[in-house]
Ligand binder design. Structure first.
Ligand SMILES: [Zn+2]
Length: 202
């Protein structure tokens, strides 16, 4: 017997999320149907509001409230604007902020270079990073906190090699305190804090 059309559509929608298989999707829809409509509506509207209420910071591309131009980090006069930590994903910003050991600012790339997946430099916020740095006075420290994977390393190397020549910049990399292939988003606060403070020249 088939599911009613609306239930089937909801199952399909859940299936498109990462880590959700068909069985899990069916259980989620079952849960929503067993409870009152209000719960399902609140769930739906919280998701619908994500794009309506959140957008990327104009400077670092971290996510922020739609009524702000800059995120709270870029907007904070106490943060050291000469220290830019380059991360793959905005979740990494939250992970590093948890350590409370970094007082600079960020630049979110939205991924890493991956020729196999067709992700070239134009798909990442690399040109935006160069443009941002061209508008600054030196010296700038660029701290690579991309994941310690082949793609993460290759992306850091690409940025270093393509940096416009007249920008006064030094390159550092967070220490290899984390397992190779590990995701900095999942590193514990102490490991990540240590990796940041023990950063090395790159
Ligand atoms: Zn920002």
């Amino acid at each position: 017997m088939e599911f009613p059309k609306a239930a089937d559509e909801a199952i399909e929608a859940f299936c498109r999320l990462p880590g959700i298989g068909r069985k899990t999707a069916q259980r989620l829809v079952q849960h929503l149907l067993k409870h009152d409509a209000f719960q399902a509506e609140r769930f739906a509207s919280s998701i619908a509001d994500l794009h309506a209420k959140i957008h990327p910071c104009k400077q670092c591309y971290h996510i922020t409230e739609k009524d702000r131009v800059l995120c709270a980090i870029c907007d904070n006069p106490l943060r050291d604007k000469q220290q830019i930590c380059v991360v793959e994903d905005f979740m990494d910003v939250f992970a590093i902020e948890q350590t409370r050991s970094f007082t600079g600012v960020y630049h979110v790339l939205y991924g890493t270079l991956s020729p196999i997946s067709g992700i070239g430099p134009e798909k990442l916020k690399i040109a935006e990073l160069f443009h941002r740095m061209l508008g600054m006075d030196g010296p700038i420290e660029l701290i690579f906190a991309t994941n310690p994977t082949l793609e993460g390393e290759a992306t850091a190397m690409y940025i270093k090699e393509h940096m416009p020549a007249h920008i006064e910049v030094s390159f550092t990399r967070i220490a290899k305190g984390m397992p190779m292939g590990g995701d900095i988003d999942y590193a514990d606060e102490i490991t990540l804090g240590n990796a940041l403070s023990a950063r090395v020249h790159f």
